[in-house]
Design a binder for this molecule. Structure first.
Ligand code: GDP
Length: 440
C-alpha cells in the first residue's frame, strides 16, 4: 500500500534536490505535484487542500528558501505535516478501572471486524489480560462460527447466545465475564454492506445497554473515497473513540485511510496488515509518515526483532560464539526472518527499501528460504553440525534429496562459510575483550 504515492513524492523531492536554490515557482510546482499525488492516492480532497496550503505556507518562508539545503527543509516540512495529518502522536487504548472493560467494534460487513476482534483479543492476551469475545452479529449466519473457530485458535473463549437478541447477548456476555474473571469483553457487532438504519439502531442499543469503555470503528483501507462517508455516518450515529484500519497490506491506493483522522477527528489506534491473529499493530503516525516518504521505519524493525528474539535465541547466540555456526543455526535464522515478515517485510521498513522493492517489481524471491530449508533438511545430523565435512559426493546427494541443483547447495554452503567466518572473528573479539577485562 502507498507504493505509488511514495514513488511520486520521492520523484518530487528528487527534482527539488536537483535544483540547489529554490524559487517560489519551484515550490509552487512541487506543491502541485504533491497535491496530484495525494489526490491520485485517494486522499480526500478537503484533507489534501488543507495539507497543501499548510505545507506551502511553511515552505515559502525566507528561512526555508534561503537555507543551505532548501530541498531537505521541504522534505522535513512535508514529513511533519503528513505526521500531523495522521494524528501526530500514538493513541493507545484507554482502560478504565471497571472490570470487565468493554470494547465494542462497529463497521461495515466485510471491513474485517470479526478478525479485528480476534486480533485485538490476541494482542490483549499477550499483554496479560484475559479477554472474552462476544458474537453479536446474529445476521451473518457464519459470523458466530467464524468467531468461535478463530477464538479457539488463539485460546480465547467466545460467548454466543444463539437465537437471542444482540442486546441480550452483549449483556449476558458481561455477566459471563464477571462470573469467569475475564477482564476485557470485546463485542463484535453486526455489519451491513451499506450504511443501514437497522444496523445503526442496533449498534446504538447495544452501546446503551453495555456502556462500552471504548467503541472502535473498523475501516477497510481498500474502500477508497467512500470511507469518508461511512466513517462520518458512524461518527454521527454511534460515535466512536478510535479507528482500526484493516487490510493495509493490500495494494489499493489507501488514501481514504489516510484521510480518516482529519475527517472524523478520531485517532487511528491500530492497523492490520494481514489475516493472521498477530497482524494487528499499534499505529504510530510518525513511523507511518516516514514509511510513506520512503525514510524507513527503523524503530519498527528493532521492535520486530525484539519480539522475535526470545531467551532461547540469546542462548543460541552465546552457543554459536562458543562452538561455531552450524547449519541448524542457519535454519533458525531463516525462521526468525520469516517470523519478522520475511525479507519483503524487513526491506519495506528500511530507508529507501520500499523503493528498491518497487524497482524490483516487488519480486523478492522469498522462495529461496524454502529451498534452503529443504537443502538443510536433506543433510544428515553430522553434516548439519559440521558442514565442513560436506564434499562433492555429499553435495550431490543433498541436492538430489532436496530437489535442487548442486549449484544451489554450493551457494548455501558459501553463505554458511561467510557466516562461520564472521562468527569466528566475533569469537576472537569476545575473547580479547574478556582477556582485557580480566587484566584490567
Ligand atoms: P467482517 O464482516 O467485518 O466481520 O469481516 P471479516 O473479519 O470476516 O473479514 C473479511 C475478510 O477480510 C476476511 O476474509 C478476512 O480474512 C479479511 N481480512 C480482514 N483483515 C485483513 C487484513 O488486515 N489483511 C488482509 N489481507 N485481509 C484481511
Amino acid at each position: 500500500m502507498f507504493d505509488s504515492l511514495s514513488d511520486r513524492l520521492n520523484d518530487t523531492f528528487d527534482r527539488l534536490r536537483g535544483k540547489g536554490k529554490l524559487t517560489e515557482a519551484d515550490i509552487t510546482s512541487a506543491m502541485r505535484d504533491i497535491r496530484m499525488a495525494l489526490l491520485e492516492a485517494d486522499v480526500n480532497f478537503k484533507v489534501v487542500k488543507e495539507f497543501v496550503a499548510k505545507t506551502k505556507e511553511r515552505c515559502m518562508t525566507a528561512e526555508v528558501m534561503e537555507s543551505l539545503s532548501p530541498a531537505q527543509n521541504v522534505v522535513k516540512i512535508v514529513l511533519d505535516e503528513l505526521t500531523e495529518m495522521l494524528g501526530s502522536t500514538e493513541s493507545k487504548l484507554v482502560f478504565s478501572n471497571r472490570i470487565p472493560n468493554v470494547i465494542m467494534l462497529v463497521g461495515l460487513q466485510g471491513s474485517g471486524k470479526t478478525t479485528a476482534a480476534v486480533k485485538l483479543a490476541y494482542l490483549l492476551k499477550k499483554q496479560g489480560r484475559s479477554p472474552l469475545l462476544v458474537a453479536c452479529d446474529v445476521y451473518r449466519p457464519a459470523a458466530a462460527d467464524q468467531l468461535a473457530t478463530l477464538g479457539g485458535e488463539i485460546g480465547v473463549p467466545v460467548f454466543r447466545g444463539d437465537g437471542a437478541h444482540p442486546v441480550d447477548i452483549a449483556k449476558g456476555a458481561i455477566q459471563e465475564a464477571v462470573d469467569h474473571l475475564r477482564d476485557v469483553v470485546i463485542v463484535d457487532t453486526a455489519g451491513r454492506l451499506q450504511i443501514d438504519e437497522q444496523m445503526m439502531q442496533e449498534a446504538v442499543y447495544i452501546k446503551k445497554a453495555v456502556k462500552p469503555d471504548q467503541v472502535l470503528m473498523v475501516v477497510d483501507a481498500m474502500t477508497g473515497q467512500d470511507i469518508v462517508n461511512v466513517v462520518s455516518t458512524f461518527a454521527e450515529r454511534t460515535d466512536f473513540d478510535g479507528v482500526i484500519i484493516s487490510k493495509l497490506d493490500g495494494d489499493a491506493r489507501g488514501g481514504g485511510a489516510l484521510s480518516v483522522r482529519q475527517v472524523t477527528g478520531k485517532p487511528i489506534k491500530f492497523v492490520s496488515m494481514g489475516e493472521k491473529p498477530d497482524s494487528l499493530e499499534p499505529f504510530y503516525p510518525d513511523r507511518m509518515a516516514k514509511r510513506i516518504l520512503g525514510m524507513g521505519d527503523v524503530v519498527g524493525i528493532i521492535e520486530k526483532a525484539q519480539e522475535a528474539a526470545d531467551a532461547e535465541q540469546l542462548e543460541a547466540a552465546e552457543r554459536m560464539l562458543r562452538e561455531g555456526f552450524t547449519m541448524n543455526d542457519m535454519l533458525d535464522q531463516m525462521k526468525a526472518v520469516k517470523k519478522m515478515g520475511g525479507m519483503k517485510g524487513i526491506l519495506g521498513m528500511l530507508p529507501g527499501g520500499q523503493r528498491a522493492l518497487n524497482q524490483m517489481g516487488g519480486n523478492l524471491d522469498e522462495g529461496i528460504f524454502d529451498k534452503n530449508e529443504a537443502i538443510i533438511m536433506s543433510m544428515t545430523k553430522e553434516e548439519r553440525l559440521r558442514p565442513s565435512i560436506i564434499n562433492g559426493q555429499r553435495r550431490a546427494r543433498i541436492a538430489k534429496g532436496a530437489g535442487v541443483t548442486p549449484t544451489e547447495v554450493n551457494s548455501l554452503m558459501k553463505q554458511w562459510g561467510e557466516m562461520n567466518k564472521m562468527m569466528g572473528r566475533m569469537r576472537t573479539m569476545a575473547n580479547q575483550a574478556q582477556a582485557g577485562g580480566k587484566k584490567g
